[in-house]
Design a protein around this ligand. Structure first.
Ligand SMILES: [Zn+2]
Length: 114
């Protein structure tokens, strides 16, 4: 007879584990994760980030760095989750359109195992 399983989230992936396995560890992990998401949200709402992202878009004339279409947002080349210290580094920020940003987000997830 198999043990009861439960669904947990590790690195953004859902996996099934034995119901009683490493409970504490995952709880801590998820708490850290939540704290981090909170910091991330604060950062994206900060006036420093808003100013900087506008500046990047302006400097590149609102042109998507990947496809040349109209850029609508500023993207972190190295994701903030990977290097928090580069979140305000202008050399780490590029203008992207929505569709290129969607692709970049998928690439980041794959490349950095986010
Ligand atoms: Zn684009």
């Amino acid at each position: 007879m198999s043990k009861p399983k439960k669904l947990i989230v590790v690195n953004g992936k859902r996996i099934l584990v034995d119901h009683d396995s490493r409970k504490e560890e995952y709880r801590e992990y998820n708490q850290d994760r939540w704290k981090y998401q909170n910091d991330l949200m604060k950062f994206y709402n900060s006036s420093r980030w808003r100013k900087l992202s506008k500046q990047v878009l302006n400097e590149h004339y609102y042109v998507c760095r990947r496809c040349g279409e109209d850029a609508t947002l500023a993207d972190h080349i190295v994701p903030v989750r990977v290097d928090w210290n580069k979140r305000l580094d202008i050399n780490n920020i590029q203008p992207l359109c929505e569709s290129c940003h969607a692709i970049k987000t998928i690439e980041d997830k794959r490349n950095y195992n986010l």
